[in-house]
Write a protein that binds this ligand. Structure first.
Ligand SMILES: C=C1C[C@]23C[C@H]1CC[C@H]2[C@@]12CCC[C@@](C)(C(=O)O1)[C@H]2[C@@H]3C(=O)O
Ligand SMILES: O=C(O)CCC(=O)C(=O)O
Ligand SMILES: [Fe+2]
Length: 348
């Protein structure tokens, strides 16, 4: 039987400091464990002169807009995406309620040392010597087991909302994937011949994962990091951010560019697998989150990827593939050992 996404993420055992977040409620000064050096966090940030494009999913020229955005940024804001605002707000409210619980309650749903789901710090944490001003909650499939640990008697509404959101995200992600494949000029004729594209129905079987992120107000935001720079591993990520700045993406030659929230829009960014199938035409987005002194940031990220036994390779229209084929399972394992270097290891 194919390995599930959560099993594929279950191969490393972590130290507790790389699982248990800080008790943010009881902290008034930035602890030494969370002080990053200038080199880590103060790379110059550009003012808002550059902005990530806003694309209407129903625009007649959506394919072209997506192609340009993916080539230049690997990212765009999406409007007219069809996800009811009410549902997005409900997910955000549940996230607020969850992270608002006292630490000892949240620890009941702590991710196990070799587990993939539940409450904890970001998975990339062991790669950095300092800890992040962040707490997360990861859902793969049903959230019921962890939700029962948090709220033994009233977990159903949380689970229903998360299920509904994941279902809607999955079909939106599939629509976006088709648009991106079109942008890569995989025409319908090719689609029938192209083995990788023939995999798209199996992409639809993908489980995806949902990550609730919380970045509490930070006493010394200039010396702390919300989420350390990283790229997302799967095909694409669909992100909702509350009305609080913090997300930034790195552009070669420019530096860190802020991605302020656009009301009603969702942020779509390319992940490592899209970089591979596009034969490096689309960058995988290197991004980070900086903390805020007065505002508590929440974000909801949906990671979309094919089943873990799928083979990921540059589309066959690219005659000189710059990456070797890899199964998603193998890629997850490479990434958990080598982080950003995983992609380089696949270069032909
Ligand atoms: C399906 C995914 C995608 C994961 C791992 C797993 C569940 C949690 C996701 C994140 C969320 C936070 C950033 C990241 C880098 C992390 O540390 O955990 C993401 C990672 C990835 O995109 O690699
Ligand atoms: O909070 C954010 O905007 C970023 C979240 C993120 O990068 C992630 O969950 O992978
Ligand atoms: Fe990310």
């Amino acid at each position: 039987m194919a390995t599930s996404l959560s099993e594929a993420y279950r191969d490393t055992t972590l130290q507790l400091k790389h699982i248990i977040p800080l008790d943010f409620d009881s902290i008034h000064d930035l602890p030494e464990s969370h002080v990053w050096t200038t080199k880590d966090n103060l790379l110059s940030e550009k003012p808002d002169v550059l902005s990530i494009p806003v694309i209407d999913l129903n625009a007649l020229n959506a394919t072209e807009l997506v192609r340009n955005a993916c080539q230049k940024w690997g990212m765009f804001h999406l409007i007219n995406h069809g996800i009811p605002l009410r549902l997005v707000e409900e997910v955000e409210e549940h996230a607020r309620r969850l992270f608002g619980l006292p630490l000892e309650r949240k620890l009941k749903a702590l991710r196990s040392p070799s587990g993939a789901t539940g409450y904890g710090v970001a998975r990339i944490s062991p790669f950095f010597s300092k800890l992040m001003w962040h707490e997360g909650f990861t859902i793969m499939g049903s959230a019921v087991d962890h939700a029962k640990e948090l709220w033994p008697d009233e977990y159903e509404e949380f689970c229903d909302t998360m299920d509904n959101y994941q279902k809607k995200m999955k079909s939106l992600a599939y629509k976006i994937l088709l648009l991106i494949l079109k942008a890569l000029e995989v025409d319908d004729k090719n689609q029938n011949q192209d083995q990788e594209i023939n995999c798209t129905p199996s992409f639809y079987q993908s489980e995806g994962a949902l990550q609730l992120n919380s970045y509490p107000c930070c006493p010394n935001p200039n010396r702390a990091v919300g989420l350390a720079p990283h790229t997302d591993s799967l095909l694409l990520t669909i992100l909702h951010q509350n009305d609080t700045n913090g997300l930034q993406i790195f552009q070669e030659g420019t530096g860190w560019v802020p991605v302020p929230p656009v009301s009603g829009a969702l942020v779509v960014n390319m992940g490592d697998l899209m970089h591979i199938i596009s034969n490096a035409h689309f960058p995988t987005v290197y991004h980070r989150v900086v903390p805020n002194e007065t505002r508590h940031r929440f974000s909801i990220a949906y990671f979309y990827g094919p089943p873990t036994d799928s083979i990921i390779a540059p589309l066959s229209k690219f005659q000189i593939p710059c990456f070797r084929p890899v199964t998603l399972k193998e890629y997850i394992s490479l990434k958990s050992k080598h982080l950003e270097k995983a992609l380089t290891l696949l270069r032909n």
